[in-house]
Design a protein around this ligand. Structure first.
Ligand SMILES: [Zn+2]
Length: 191
């Protein structure tokens, strides 16, 4: 990318950060710097070139679906993610909780987004609460014990059914209720 294009991209990042005004008390310079860093624009042009000269919009976004959420949901998701990451267990279990939180919130984000952008009643059915893990489903994959046998999950690989934690059960119930409510609000026909 040329120097001029990088400056233009950096300006766009800063402007969009300011437009979002996530936190009116935040230090704007820090916010802008963080946004630039996130967009990969703080690296030297040489480093960017040696990477194949990707444009910032082509950088891989780790959680693209998280951007579909409104700021209230995003805040809740990030809180849950933070709590999962610092859960007082082994790093492996913490990772499983982080993955579970991402999986659950991804369904919510995509369901909400589908409702918000649905063109009308003829639209394809969007994900429903049925797509969320069973509250008492497996800790790692959400599949109920009766149907579990051996399942594969990204974190655990092949595993047998494992009881979910109390916290997981409660969160899953809340998530399912949330999606039901969203469906009702959106006038969904399911349920
Ligand atoms: Zn499982």
């Amino acid at each position: 990318m040329s120097g001029e294009a990088r400056v233009r991209a950096a300006r766009n990042v800063i402007v969009s950060t300011w437009e979002r005004r996530l936190d009116p008390m935040a230090d704007l310079a820090t916010e802008a710097a963080q946004a630039l860093e996130d967009a990969g624009l703080l690296r030297s042009p040489q480093a960017a070139e040696s990477d194949g000269g990707q444009k910032p919009e082509q950088y891989v976004v780790a959680l693209p679906w998280a951007r579909l959420m409104d700021s209230e949901d995003l805040g809740e998701f990030l809180d849950e993610l933070a709590a999962a990451a610092i859960t007082n267990t082994s790093p492996e279990e913490a990772l499983a909780e982080v993955e579970a939180a991402c999986g659950t919130w991804r369904v919510i984000a995509e369901a909400q987004h589908a409702h918000n952008t649905a063109p009308g009643p003829e639209a394809a059915p969007s994900p429903s609460a049925d797509d969320l893990p069973e509250p008492y489903g497996c800790r790692y994959c959400g599949i109920p014990e009766a149907a579990h046998l051996q399942q594969w999950s990204a974190n655990e690989g092949w595993h047998g059914f494992r009881e979910p934690t109390e916290k997981q059960v409660v969160k899953r119930m809340l998530r399912r209720r949330g999606v039901h409510e969203a469906e009702a609000k959106a006038g969904g026909t399911s349920v």
